[in-house]
Design a protein around this ligand. Structure first.
Ligand SMILES: [Zn+2]
Length: 356
């Protein structure tokens, strides 16, 4: 399992890093909600309900597929343990208690999307409840979002909710991210949604904006520099109807730590030289570095030949380096070329870099 590899990486990082680097890194990390895997009980699905695989090495996990079970959590867990089910997801979340159950290793392929390539390239989660009946609470959104936060870091997919009507025909197109079962294309006709039998979960009562708020809640930290991506994105208040401020795309603000979800959108309050304004989350990118700046990784981090290109190596958490180029904004991330102390040079996603 990847856990072991991650633990080894952390151990190597601890040994290789100097004490000064380690303590600086942990002080910075304290501001960021760590992307640790939430606690789950383990209840393995019946082995006839999924494919054993080695996905960390063979297949690229890039989608996180949200389902609603049309059942209670206990019933759902029992069903995936029944050899007649021919179905499984990696996780089951109880909408009443927030309890999480893991049923498949992330490396294995669940049967939930009703589209084989999407199964191959995704993790699936069932939430107990009923489509268009259950009022989901923050208890559920928060525990589910915690898995997304962890999995996106672990498997290197964008921590973004995708608002496709229908996700790309080819599961390996597009950037990946979080989607509903109702966005999975029909494998026989990808102009039709909901997998092969037209599923429409999670349904209209699933609040994607609220869920995204929990997924991205701490993405811009207090005192971190953030870049405005669009003209007209900065408002006087956290409301799309609020007056627009004359702050152009590319302006750099300082996050105040004030984050609000309004109208299904997450808003950050940024300070621009003493004037503060509110920006929707989709219009903000994270820390900006100058070439030559010293940085450290806040997680085990991929080093790629090009922005979002071939992975050359994964450097451990706490690896320091120097910014050698960038930024390049693509695939939902801001990419920086980094010369790492380990001798590796390549492109890394800025979200997991911090000033050192
Ligand atoms: Zn479903």
């Amino acid at each position: 399992m990847r856990e072991t590899r991650r633990t080894i990486l952390k151990t190597i990082g601890g040994i290789a890093g100097t004490g000064a680097i380690s303590s600086q890194t942990s002080a910075k990390k304290a501001m960021r909600l760590p992307a640790t895997k939430p606690e789950m009980q383990w209840a393995p699905a019946d082995e006839s309900n999924y494919n054993e695989a080695e996905r960390e090495s063979d297949l690229d996990i890039r989608w996180f597929v949200v389902h609603v079970a049309q059942a209670e959590a206990d019933w759902t867990v029992n069903w995936f343990q029944n050899p007649n089910a021919n179905a499984s997801t990696h996780y089951v979340a109880d909408h009443r208690t927030g309890d999480l159950t893991q049923m498949l290793a992330e490396s294995d392929i669940g049967w939930h999307a009703e589209n084989w390539p999407y199964n191959q390239h995704s993790l699936g989660i069932e939430h107990s409840g009923w489509v268009n009946e259950t009022e989901y609470t923050d208890i559920l959104y928060e525990v589910s979002a915690k898995i997304v936060r962890w999995a996106a870091t672990e498997f290197d997919f964008p921590k973004r909710v995708r608002r496709y009507d229908i996700a790309p025909c080819d599961a390996t197109d597009g950037e990946g991210g979080v989607i509903g079962h109702d966005q999975i294309p029909n494998p026989n006709d990808c102009t039709k949604p909901g997998g092969i039998s037209g599923h429409y979960d999670p349904g209209s009562l699933w609040n994607w904006g609220r869920y995204e708020g929990f997924i991205r809640r701490w993405d811009v930290e207090s005192d971190e520099n953030a870049v405005v991506l669009s003209n007209g994105a900065v408002h006087h208040g956290p409301d799309e109807h609020a007056r627009i401020m004359d702050i152009p795309a590319g302006a750099v603000g300082t996050a105040t730590g004030n984050v609000l979800v309004r109208g299904g959108t997450q808003w950050y309050k940024l300070d621009f030289d003493g004037t503060s304004g509110s920006v929707p989350a989709d219009d903000v990118l994270y820390a900006r570095f100058d070439v030559g700046a010293s940085v450290a990784t806040t997680s085990g981090l991929s080093v790629r030949a090009e922005p979002d290109g071939e992975r050359l190596v994964v450097v451990p958490e706490g690896t320091t380096g120097t910014i050698a180029g960038g930024p390049v904004d693509t695939t939902g991330y801001r990419w920086w070329k980094v010369e790492y102390e380990s001798g590796d040079t390549g492109w890394s996603a800025g979200y997991w870099l911090t000033s050192n």
